[in-house]
Design a binder for this molecule. Structure first.
Ligand SMILES: [Zn+2]
Ligand SMILES: [Zn+2]
Length: 138
C-alpha cells in the first residue's frame, strides 16, 4: 500500500487523506473494536497522526483502556461511521481500513487481542495472533 491513502465516512461529510506508509496492518479483536464496529473485529492500519488530515467534523470520545490510559475514538456525527482511534498521548492513529476508498489492498500482518475474540469468530491461520498487543520495538 504505497499509494496515497484516501477515504471517508458513509455520508461523505468526512474525508481524509495521508501520504504516509502504514506503520502496521492488523485485525483487532478487542472489545472496543467489537463495540465500535458492531462486528467481531476492526481491520486497521497505523498511521503517524501528523501525516493524516481530514475535512468535515468528527466526534471524538474517550474510553478507559486496559493499560490504564484513555483511548479515543472518532466517528462521523452525521452518519455514525466509526473512522479511527488513537491512544491518548500517542502519535499513531488507528485508521479503520473499511473507510478507505479502496479497502481491497489491505494485507493484515497479524491478529491482535485474540484474548477477547468471540469464540465464533474466524481467523486466518496463516497470520500470527497475539493475546493482546504484540511486543513493541520489532
Ligand atoms: Zn458521515
Ligand atoms: Zn481494538
Amino acid at each position: 500500500m504505497s499509494k496515497k491513502i484516501e477515504g471517508g465516512c458513509l455520508c461523505g461529510a468526512v474525508r481524509y487523506e495521508s501520504d504516509a506508509e502504514p506503520l502496521f496492518a492488523v485485525n483487532c479483536h478487542c472489545r472496543h473494536c467489537q463495540m465500535t464496529s458492531g462486528s467481531t473485529h476492526i481491520p486497521g492500519i497505523g498511521l503517524p497522526a501528523a501525516a493524516f488530515s481530514h475535512t468535515g467534523d468528527v466526534t471524538w470520545y474517550k474510553i478507559q483502556n486496559d493499560r490504564g490510559g484513555q483511548s479515543m475514538r472518532a466517528f462521523c456525527p452525521t452518519c455514525g461511521t466509526p473512522i479511527m482511534g488513537q491512544i491518548e498521548g500517542e502519535e499513531i492513529l488507528f485508521l479503520h481500513v473499511i473507510t478507505l476508498d479502496d479497502p481491497g489492498g489491505f494485507a493484515p500482518q497479524m491478529d491482535i487481542f485474540e484474548s477477547s475474540a468471540q469464540p465464533w469468530d474466524r481467523f486466518d491461520d496463516t497470520l500470527p495472533r497475539f493475546a493482546k498487543m504484540p511486543p513493541m520495538g520489532e
